[in-house]
Write a protein that binds this ligand. Structure first.
Ligand code: SF4
Length: 344
């Protein structure tokens, strides 16, 4: 995002029209989206929805998470209930066996999720864990044909290659926060460590899924920096988490976010990364609250069912929300499409 020659605009439809014809948001425009007055929020949502419709129609992609290894993590990420410094009363277990991971995949399929996300706590996986996930991934692909995403922490190049060769489509590794703010959130690994993992995943031929956690004391500039980094990374999918402050973690006292601010963040992601899958991720229920459904005007994806260590609303409530909007869940291998007929 370039500051030079920028014009702040509060005409959201004019901005959306420019975005639809290839304009990349400059930094002032991006900041203006985050700072949109509440009374203009509906216009901003409507403008962002035009961009969403252009690229994704009224489709909603569902993701299903499986916490394949829980707790026992030596890292000190301040938001995470699975960290060694967290006292949160969570389940702690080593990497799940094949039967458990296959059961999770079947559940993902039953829930109409297109993507099954295998997530393991820890700084990074051992080679044994990588080989295990790779072996199960082959079986899931054969049996269910699900799109597969793995989130296993920091990866070495040879590990990324094993996962890619097994048919893992995508690696999730979130930026979480900006380079500037990163040391406030974690001291046991660096922002650059995270970028390295995204690089090796990309070099192994996998798609990148990378996003953020909003609400950890970051500034507007931190969010703008992340949007710019994600644009440069060409992330295919961007999960936007809103901090769910869990008792027992260093961030436990953090207040829930204003749902209107959450919507502005989602609009920024849609206008800043127009053709990228934007997912409302963890913390949806506690931060967007009664405005969850409105998040699907800018975003085109969400998790169905539970998160890693916290419960989400039921799949039935998720389906009802999508259906009440007049949107439809993408089932099977449909990709996002460009330029459906009506755009205005
Ligand atoms: S590395 Fe992952 S599991 Fe470990 S504390 Fe950080 S976020 Fe939690």
């Amino acid at each position: 995002m370039d500051d030079a020659g920028s014009t702040v605009t509060a005409d959201w439809h004019e901005l959306a029209t420019r975005v639809l014809t290839g304009h990349a948001l400059n930094r002032d425009e991006a900041r203006a989206v985050l700072e949109c007055p509440d009374e203009d929020l509906l216009e901003l949502l409507a403008a962002s929805y035009r961009v969403r419709r252009q690229h994704f129609g009224t489709q909603v992609q569902l993701y299903y998470l499986k916490n394949a290894k829980s707790g026992l993590c030596p890292e000190d990420c301040g938001y995470c209930s699975q960290s060694v410094i967290s006292d949160a009363p969570i389940e702690r277990y080593a990497i799940a066996n094949e039967k458990t991971l296959l059961e999770g995949a079947r559940k993902a399929k039953e829930s109409n999720a297109r993507t099954y996300c295998i997530v393991a706590s820890g700084r990074g996986p051992s080679d044994r864990e990588v080989n295990h996930v790779a072996s199960v991934a082959r079986k899931i692909k054969d049996e269910l044909g699900l799109h597969l995403c793995a989130c296993l922490g920091l990866l070495k190049p040879h590990q990324a290659q094993v996962l890619a060769d097994a048919g893992i489509d995508r690696i999730n590794h979130n930026l979480n926060t900006s380079r500037r703010h990163y040391p406030e959130i974690c001291t046991t690994h660096t922002y650059d460590d995270r970028l390295d993992t995204l690089r090796v995943a990309h070099e192994a031929g996998m798609e990148l899924c990378s996003g953020m956690i909003v609400g950890m004391g970051e500034t507007a500039d931190d969010i703008l920096d992340m949007v710019e980094e994600l644009r440069q990374l060409n992330a295919k999918s961007v999960p936007v988490n809103f901090l769910h402050a869990i008792d027992g973690t260093p961030l436990e006292k953090t207040e829930d976010l204003d749902p209107r601010y959450c919507l502005k963040v989602l609009c920024l992601l849609r206008l800043g990364l127009p053709a990228t899958e934007i997912r409302i991720a963890g913390g949806r229920e506690v931060n967007l609250r009664s405005m969850q459904a409105m998040g699907l005007y800018p975003a085109n994806s969400m998790f169905v069912s539970d998160y890693l260590t916290t419960a989400g609303q039921t799949p039935e409530e998720d389906f009802a929300m999508v259906s009440d909007l007049g949107f439809e869940v993408v089932i099977g291998g449909h990709e996002a499409h460009d330029a459906p007929a009506a755009v205005s």
